[in-house]
Design a protein around this ligand. Structure first.
Ligand code: NAP
Length: 242
């Protein structure tokens, strides 16, 4: 098993990487800027006895996606995880360049990473077959009013990607599935401008708390495994009932 995780060095992606390392996956972890986090996650995965390569490559560029997949080589799995909310506010108050950047990162890049993934995994092109997991968000069905409608709309696009692409590549030995996390304890919220979001939203979740990155990682690991061999074209919500 050899799995590429975009945004695999911090937050949910890093938890996925550690969980997959424990399951015996060799890893390729993509990231954008944070070299220290990449080195930290790489060391943690190597300690679990697997091969782990990190690749600094911006998935919002064609060159970045190309260099990431060139470095990855043959794969059996891809976790399409890199993403960010970028900004918190109403759509009317969100600058146009932020709307474009949000859709570019969370939808256009997700589409292009998915495209590259099925080209490397598909048996008709010499791949071994495998699994693509798209990281969506509970926002895709909630719409995120007052917070980031543009991000929710982009993630709804990711859910459509999962449904359509799964049917395109099912006969090529590739399953395409999604995971839609709710509010998970990572720095994504502080980075978008609201460090207290976890404390504000946690009590509104039916399970009474926000989620941990390792709880999302468990779902990703199961979907990548043969235990999910009859699961494709669907998105699993990991959101505490919200
Ligand atoms: P995070 O902690 O901010 O980590 C983001 C990761 O993505 C980092 O490794 C980052 O690299 C990488 N990344 C960001 N922009 C990139 C780019 N342009 N090119 C390549 N890599 C890039 O985020 P997270 O909370 O774990 O979120 C991971 C995924 O889960 C995202 O798709 C997010 O939308 C989704 N999600 C999160 C939540 C939540 O509550 N946390 C809820 C639902 C869905 P650097 O370290 O170099 O910046």
């Amino acid at each position: 098993m050899r799995t590429l995780v975009t945004g695999g060095t911090r937050g949910i992606g890093a938890a996925v990487a550690r969980r997959l390392a424990a399951d015996g996956h060799d890893l390729v972890l993509g990231y954008a800027r944070d070299d220290a986090a990449a080195a930290h996650t790489q060391a943690a995965c190597r300690e679990l006895g697997v091969d782990c390569t990190t690749v600094r490559a911006d998935v919002t560029t064609d060159d970045g996606i190309e260099s990431l997949f060139a470095a990855a080589g043959d794969l059996t799995g891809v976790v399409n995880n890199a993403g960010a909310t970028l900004h918190i506010g109403t759509l009317a108050d969100t600058p146009p360049d932020v709307v474009r950047a949000t859709v570019d990162l969370n939808l256009t890049s997700a589409l292009l990473v998915a495209r590259a993934a099925v080209r490397v995994l598909g048996r008709s092109r010499g791949g071994a077959g495998g699994v693509l997991v798209n990281i969506s968000s509970g926002a895709a069905t909630l719409g995120s009013p007052g917070e980031y409608v543009q991000y929710a709309a982009a993630k709804a696009g990711v859910d459509a990607l999962t449904i359509g692409l799964a049917q395109e590549v099912a006969s090529d030995g590739v399953r395409v599935v999604g995971v839609a996390p709710g509010i998970i304890e990572t720095t994504i919220h502080a980075d978008a401008g609201e460090p207290g979001r976890i404390e504000r939203v946690g009590p509104l979740v039916p399970l009474g708390r926000t989620g941990r990155a390792d709880e999302v990682a468990n779902a990703v690991a199961w979907l990548l495994s043969d235990e999910a061999s009859y699961v494709t074209g669907t998105t699993l919500r990991v959101a505490g009932g919200r």
